[in-house]
Design a protein around this ligand. Structure first.
Ligand SMILES: Cc1cc2nc3c(=O)[nH]c(=O)nc-3n(C[C@H](O)[C@H](O)[C@H](O)COP(=O)(O)OP(=O)(O)OC[C@H]3O[C@@H](n4cnc5c(N)ncnc54)[C@H](O)[C@@H]3O)c2cc1C
Length: 495
């Protein structure tokens, strides 16, 4: 409550999942919440494209950790399944290799053991690796995820030195994988769990091996009709909570006075606020909305963006029955692939490709007898000093199509009846993400030890951040958790 007896007024900049989660969590705490979103619809990167009878998830396509989303509904006495219909998928992923081997991922130990044997991996190695992953998950989840830890001090006091050593700090993620798994195929697969945060298994810390547990313990989910139904379900909940959403309302300035923020300017109009939560990423927000000086911006350099992506949607006039719902086509040189994207910052000659064929399990997303494909190789974020052209990106697209045709999608090009493609330049333009990043801040052992920026501004105490650029980072469940944690932080600071 403000001194006038009215609820305090919070404005959220941006309606990505982090912004929506923060808005809902703060409204549930009694704040008067409104959102300004520059685009004509909510959801941010959780986005959908419908054309010619096809429906594509333009952003996320894998839902994990649904219990984190469930909490948003439970706190209003509701049940998520009444708003968002979800179901688990089998197999989780299908993995295709250039040598013709195909391996599926299942959470059931007997099915997974059979898949491991196909490439000569002893199933006991997979079991040991998954136990190692589960231990890391429990460790990371207890503090970093659930307590919303932000600073080295908070980390020290929660974990203490003893537990800190259990983070396997002296290895890379790949080092942790290679210690347990012996075959190149299994190593490539478990290294690629780093895709969830758009980083490199050879440059991120070993505790990122917590990620397979997210799938193996809590399953992998699909939202019937496509993932945008998450945004639609959250919108219904927001309407019930009385949250105001201003669409087509770009925030161009955050005003400040006496070390605090006082409000913001959207579409040329000033809106006063007691508290501001920015779902615009930390670096673009400080630079563009708060006009901070170079010295301050330099302190944020360690929060380097994650990778970007070439996001290609294809509507086909046929089906490729060999595809599962989620598929990965591996680079024959995965270590080089990571090095090219994350160190040399070049477009990879032989990328690992993620391909979603949601039409495999959801008949509503494509005409009968047809597949709709979303294809996503991870590629470097934008380098404004040495920018790539659309032509460069289209040359990569041709390499991607060559690889898919070579690896079994025969005559793919001939079956395309609808095509849509976004490059990193389009992604930046759409979401104002830092250098076209698709997961926020990169997880890198040497740059930031996988820490992202803190949720409370170090300059203005009534300014907070939410989303992939702050702890715990990118991916849908993490930004939703971040929204809940930032609300808790605001309440603790405010009362
Ligand atoms: C192609 C792709 C595939 C992905 N796959 C997966 C997946 O399978 N599973 C998964 O969990 N995650 C996936 N992700 C990552 C996931 O989508 C993101 O981590 C998450 O959705 C980001 O949420 P966010 O809260 O950080 O905000 P964002 O989605 O980045 O939204 C920020 C919002 O703020 C708005 N905004 C910015 N500046 C302003 C301003 N000045 N004024 C007004 N509005 C503004 C933007 O328009 C946007 O709506 C994927 C992402 C992409 C792009």
């Amino acid at each position: 409550m403000s001194s006038t007896g009215h609820p305090k007024n919070v404005i959220v900049i941006g309606s990505g999942l982090g912004g929506l989660s923060a808005a809902i969590s703060l409204a549930q705490e009694g704040y008067a919440v409104s959102i300004h979103e520059k685009n004509p619809k909510i959801g941010g990167k959780l986005n959908v494209l419908k054309a010619q009878g096809y429906s594509f998830d333009l952003g996320p396509s894998i839902l994990t950790l649904p219990h984190i989303f469930e909490r948003l509904f439970e706190r209003s006495g509701k049940t998520m399944s009444d708003y968002i219909p979800i179901r688990p998928l089998r197999p989780h992923w299908r993995n295709f290799f250039e040598d013709g081997k195909v391996v599926d991922l299942y959470p059931e130990p007997d099915l997974m053991a059979a898949e491991a044997r196909k490439v000569g991996e002893d199933p006991a190695n997979v079991e040991r690796f998954l136990k190692y992953s589960a231990d890391l998950y429990d460790l990371v989840n207890a503090g970093y995820f659930e307590q919303g830890l932000d600073s080295a001090g908070e980390f020290r006091s929660f974990y203490g030195l003893g537990k800190f050593l259990k983070f396997d700090l002296f290895r890379t993620m790949h080092g942790g994988v290679a210690r347990h798994l012996k075959t190149r195929h299994m190593r490539d697969i478990f290294d690629y769990f780093i895709k969830y945060v758009g980083s490199s298994a050879h440059h991120s810390p070993a505790f990122m091996n917590c990620m397979p547990t997210i799938q193996y313990r809590y399953d992998l989910w699909y939202v019937d009709g496509g993932l945008y139904h998450i945004a639609l379900g959250l919108k219904r909940l927001m309407d019930e909570l009385g949250i105001t959403v201003h669409l087509d309302s770009e925030v161009t300035e955050v005003r400040k006075q006496g070390g605090r923020v006082t409000g913001l300017v959207a579409n040329g109009e000033f809106h006063p606020a007691d508290i501001i939560v920015s779902n615009m990423e930390v670096i673009p927000a400080y630079e563009k909305l708060l006009a901070e000086d170079d010295a301050f911006m330099k302190t944020l350099e360690k929060y380097e963006p994650s990778c970007s992506g070439l996001v290609l949607e294809l509507g086909l006039d046929c089906k490729y029955p060999q595809l599962a719902h989620h598929n990965f086509f591996y680079s024959d040189h995965q270590k080089e692939h990571f090095h090219t994207v994350f160190r040399k910052r070049e477009l990879p000659p032989d990328p690992t490709i993620y391909l979603v064929a949601a039409s495999r399990t959801d008949p509503t997303v494509a005409p009968e007898g047809c597949d709709c494909l979303k294809i996503l190789p991870h590629i470097p974020h934008i380098d404004d000093e040495h920018p790539l052209t659309r032509q460069d990106y289209m040359a990569l697209k041709e390499r991607v199509l060559d690889k898919l045709e070579r690896m079994g999608l025969k005559d793919l090009r001939k079956h395309v009846v609808f095509e849509h493609c976004w490059t990193p330049l389009d992604i930046r333009e759409q979401y104002y993400s830092n250098k076209g990043s698709i997961y926020g801040v990169v997880s890198d052992r040497f740059k930031n030890l996988a820490f992202k920026a803190p949720k409370q501004s170090v300059k203005y105490p009534n300014l907070f951040f939410v989303g992939g650029s702050v702890n715990p980072g990118g991916g849908m469940p993490m930004v939703v958790l971040c929204g809940q944690n930032v609300a808790r932080k605001i309440v603790a600071w405010d009362r």
